[in-house]
Design a protein around this ligand. Structure first.
Ligand code: PGA
Length: 242
């Protein structure tokens, strides 16, 4: 079932999302979370760090999976999602999670890296909450259009649209990675609850297609329609075509 929550401003997306994460951290003995990177969740992380610093929540009993990571970047590269998480969340809080799984950005064997990630998912148990964003082409994590719904962790060839969206941060398309490791759609769909964060007018057309068209592989986010427990948290601009 899809629950659509509309909020006035981008800042409200962040604080509402942080509240969802806080609830899981408080309610579960061993919470298992999947967390995103990108522009949209920055407000959520700001809000989470504030809550941790106020002593309202803690991560020390949690198992955290990052949804994806670029390939062919040095692990210390500031563009990796590992660096993003360190800068945006972990450096701001004292007690780190019981485990944090994020694919290596330069593994000697990417397939083995995918299998290790899948094994870690199985060991951690069911994801209590997966927080995701949506790409302008409808991707979920780096599951690009056409990805089978049965997919587990895999190497994704990034679409031109995805690379163009990231190119500014990389200083040009040429420097933008062409591949990534991503959690698969089947693993994502196995989460007890999925929270989709959507902000800005640039996402309005794809959000409308993902929610209003019948689910199909050309728009990976449309698969959310088949999940029993999804909340979409959107600001007014993102929801303007619904
Ligand atoms: P964004 O990315 O939050 O930077 O817009 C979302 C996504 O591409 O999944």
């Amino acid at each position: 079932m899809l629950e659509l929550s509309l909020v006035e401003r981008y800042e409200d997306v962040g604080s509402e999302a942080a509240q969802e994460v806080a609830t899981v951290l408080a309610d579960r003995k061993h919470p298992v979370l999947a967390l995103p990177t990108g522009g949209t969740p920055r407000g959520m992380y700001t809000s989470i760090v504030k809550r941790v610093l106020r002593g309202e929540i803690r991560f020390s009993h949690a198992h955290v999976f990052n949804l994806d990571e670029y390939l062919d970047l040095a692990p210390t590269d500031s563009h990796t999602f590992r660096s993003y998480m360190n800068a945006t969340l972990w450096s701001g809080i004292a007690h780190h999670p019981a485990s944090w799984v994020i694919p290596d950005s330069s593994p000697s064997d990417p397939m083995a890296e995918c299998r290790a990630y899948d094994r870690a998912l199985v060991e951690a148990g069911t994801l209590d909450l997966a927080v995701v964003g949506i790409g302008e082409n409808g991707h979920l994590a780096f599951n690009e259009p056409g990805t089978p719904w049965t997919s587990t962790t895999h190497v994704s060839c990034l679409s031109l649209e995805t690379r163009r969206a990231a190119a500014l941060a990389f200083g040009g398309l040429i420097q933008t990675p062409t591949r990534a490791i991503t959690m698969g759609l089947a693993s994502l769909l196995a989460a007890r609850r999925i929270l989709l964060l959507v902000a800005g007018r640039g996402k309005s057309a794809i959000l409308a297609r993902a929610l209003l068209e019948p689910p199909h592989a050309a728009i990976p986010a449309s698969i959310l329609q088949t999940h029993p427990n999804v909340r979409i948290l959107a600001d007014m601009e993102a929801a303007s075509e619904l």
